[in-house]
Design a protein. Structure first.
Lengths: 278, 263
């Protein structure tokens, strides 16, 4: 009986410990949670017969890590180790270059972080060597090249590649538009709307919806600035000026918590990390 | 030899270790849930995980029932008693190997069935981007089986020359890792970027590459997971490699066992 009681006490203590323990585990950094991931060459040797599984597990772990931060509304660059995530996914791609999640996840999340688009395009380029019939990778790379890197020639090249793979005239249209650098925000909105349609994962959907809302606010400001310029013959200096002139009902809200303003060229910028201009 | 193989096979079937390994096959139940964690390729992940479980369990089977069982027979002096009967040492080794092939094949068949059930179920919930090619999946399992049969042959070889269980067990596991990475090391050293590696190391690696078994040749997992085409030439070459390599390893095992002094 005494032994049984002792067992019950131990189980009770363990249960009580679970709450602070799980809180402590949840706050761990990416390195602590995912563990140190060695260079891809070493990982290839170490994972022996389980390369594809290790690649899938690394991708899932990084996604779960990010998903939890989204749940806690801590997805900003201050809280997320995007460099670590990017390194980890590059390693995963060397273990299993065919795994689509390895490209889908960084495209949905990391490419939008200032300074990370190049690394994502590099990852997509690597994937294109293996997923040779998949038009999605050049489609993603085209969007990143134009929207984040402002390399319209490269974007047109990627869209041409996607068009060649699908035979869809939509890509030829995109190629032409990017070659003329026209309506960047509108293109980004169209891209996000298309991606949102195909997204089933709740974390990815939430991220896309938030970005879409931000870009729609930007598009509204851009349209209003254009209207103001055509009417007044000069650019407005502040967004408040647009509100005072009656062109805007109110200053649009940045869903990422920043405040919108106009740069010297009359283009909208935001204090939030996502909409800062390069 | 047939009777002896049957005796060894039944011995393995009665072994509790086998049941322990088969209980681990219960991991297949977790595959559909784990696969749902993938963002866009749950079906593909279910195949990946199935292959990992199969590899993990077959490696255990190959190591435990080849190297460990021969070493245990010698240690318990079963071998001496058995060889007092009109049974040649060559027959003993070959019968051990045949029993190992039989158990690895039987378990592979069972795991292939479990893979079929779990992958079909997962893909009914999360349809894969490209249609499944079952022939690729079963071919990959078959070549996996050949790989672990070759590993079992090495386990037997090591146990014929060793007086403790360290070499048969750890030697077989170490050989598995070396054989799995030898192609990657060879590819790396063959690249022009590897000019900073001393020539001596490069030559040594090349020698090891040809001596130790190339287990990565048996890996058709990517073709199975992503429905990629498999070149029939690759299949024939790998099958030929398996037959010749296994024959040489068994020849050496018989050679050393014939010269071994048994208590």
């Amino acid at each position: 009986m005494k032994k049984f009681l002792l067992l019950l006490v131990l189980i009770g203590l363990l249960t009580a410990l679970q709450f602070p323990f799980s809180r402590y585990m949840a706050k761990k950094s990416l390195k602590a949670r995912v563990g140190f991931v060695a260079d891809s060459a070493i990982m290839r040797f170490a994972s022996a017969d389980h390369k594809e599984t290790i690649a899938a597990l690394l991708t899932i772990k990084s996604f779960l890590y990010y998903g939890q931060l989204v749940e806690e509304k801590r997805q900003g660059s201050k809280n997320v180790d995007f460099s670590g995530l990017s390194r980890l996914l590059h390693t995963a791609s060397r273990l299993d270059p065919y795994n689509f999640d390895i490209y889908y996840f960084p495209q949905a999340i990391i490419a939008w972080e200032p300074g990370f688009a190049e690394s994502v395009v590099d990852l997509l380029d690597y994937g294109m060597k293996y997923r040779t019939t998949d038009y999605m990778l050049p489609f993603y790379a085209g969007f990143d090249s134009a929207n984040f890197l402002r390399d319209f020639e490269a974007a047109a090249g990627y869209y041409k590649k996607a068009g060649d793979l699908t035979g869809d005239p939509f890509f030829a249209k995109l190629t032409a538009q990017y070659l003329f650098e026209a309506n960047q925000t509108g293109m980004a909105i169209a891209y996000l709307q298309a991606m949102l349609k195909g997204a089933t994962n709740p974390v990815v959907r939430k991220t896309y919806e938030q970005r879409l809302a931000a870009l729609e606010a930007v598009a509204t400001i851009e349209r209003t600035v254009q209207r103001y310029k055509e009417r007044e013959g000069k650019l407005p200096v502040t967004i408040e000026q647009l509100v005072q002139s009656g062109d805007l009902a109110a200053v649009p809200v940045d869903p990422f918590g920043g405040i919108f303003s106009l740069d010297a060229d009359g283009r909208p910028v935001s204090t939030s990390y996502l909409l800062k201009r390069k | 030899m047939r009777t002896l193989s049957a005796v060894f096979f039944l011995g393995i079937i009665r072994d509790r270790v086998l049941y322990g390994i088969l209980v681990l096959a219960g991991l297949f139940i977790l595959i559909p849930t784990t696969s749902s964690l993938s963002i866009r390729q749950a079906g593909e992940l279910s195949i990946t995980l199935s292959f990992s479980i199969i590899s993990f369990l077959l490696m255990f089977l190959a190591v435990v029932f080849s190297s460990f069982s021969v070493w245990r027979d010698i240690e318990r002096r079963y071998t001496s008693g058995l060889l007092a009967l009109p049974v040649s040492r060559v027959n003993y080794i070959l019968a051990k190997f045949v029993a190992n092939i039989a158990i690895i094949a039987l378990c592979s068949l069972l795991f292939a069935g479990l893979t079929y059930l779990t992958v079909s179920y997962t893909c009914s919930l999360y349809p894969p981007a490209t249609p499944l090619v079952w022939s690729n999946i079963f071919l990959a399992i078959f070549y996996n089986m050949l790989k672990y049969t070759l590993l079992a042959a090495f386990g037997i070889l090591f146990s014929t020359v060793s007086t403790s269980f360290f070499l048969p067990i750890f030697g077989t596991v170490a050989l598995f890792f070396c054989g799995s990475m030898s192609q990657d090391v060879y590819n790396y050293l063959s690249r022009s970027a590897a000019t900073d590696v001393p020539l001596f190391i490069q030559k040594l690696a090349a020698v090891f590459y040809y001596i130790i078994p190339n287990f990565s040749a048996f890996d058709f997992k990517l073709a199975a997971i992503y429905s990629l085409p498999i070149n029939s030439n690759d299949l024939w070459l790998t099958a030929g490699y398996f037959v010749l390599y296994t024959a040489i390893v068994l020849f050496l095992a018989c050679f050393f066992f014939n010269r071994r002094e048994l208590r």
